[in-house]
Ligand binder design. Structure first.
Ligand code: 5GP
Length: 195
């Protein structure tokens, strides 16, 4: 059995990354979504163990010390970490795993797993990003400003990514991500000597 792919998806907050990842996973049983640990407070409707494992800072630092994360980062003032055991188990069982993480985490994953595939999702333009963030109604004004300001910084990392997908139409963006995954599975780098 060949090893699964690690697919890292990053985007400025409000670009539609989480929705795209959820749709790609829902349509394909061989792709799983990595659920991160976070010290952020759950938003309305978010479920522990589904959207994130919501933990205290104390518990997060304990896991970090025990090297339970393949990467961790402080994003918009909260800590987030990707669980190592889930990623390793998934790829070793031939499952592809999607990581919905920030630019700093993405580079750390690429360093540890150079064969991983990095996809950057872009909003159609800056105004649309702000309007999506506001429509989402999940952040207060201070957080919206923080997230828009971070978007500018995150864009500087785009050249470290393998692919860029503009999310103008959601279904089209989902199709593009699926096509990237499909093509990457046939990439010559992943060729295995079977004959
Ligand atoms: P949100 O609070 O909006 O759910 O996520 C904020 C940011 O943290 C997003 O860019 C998201 O991709 C990122 N993020 C979520 N989980 C992780 C993780 O495990 N590691 C890193 N480095 N970033 C994460």
């Amino acid at each position: 059995m060949s090893k699964g792919l690690i697919i890292v998806v990053s985007a400025p907050s409000g670009a539609g990354k989480t929705t795209i990842c959820k749709k790609v996973v829902a349509l394909n049983p061989s792709i799983v979504h990595s659920i991160s640990y976070s010290t952020r407070k759950p938003r309305e409707g978010e479920i522990n163990g589904v959207d994130y494992f919501f933990v205290s800072e104390k518990s997060f630092f304990k896991s970090r010390l025990s090297r339970e994360f393949i990467e961790w980062a402080k994003v918009h003032g909260n800590f987030y970490g990707t669980p190592k055991a889930f990623i390793e188990n998934s790829i070793n069982n031939g499952l592809d795993v999607i990581l919905d993480i920030d630019v700093v985490g993405a580079l750390k994953v690429k360093k540890k797993y150079p064969e991983s595939v990095l996809i950057f999702i872009l909003p159609p333009n800056k105004n649309e990003l702000e309007s999506r963030l506001r429509k989402r109604n999940t952040e207060d004004e201070e957080n919206i400003k923080k997230r828009l300001n971070n978007a500018e910084k995150e864009l500087k990392y785009i050249n470290n990514y393998n692919y860029v997908v503009k999310n103008i139409d959601l279904n089209e963006a989902v199709d593009k991500v699926k096509a990237i995954i499909k093509a990457e599975k046939s990439n010559i780098k992943r060729w295995e000597k079977v004959i």
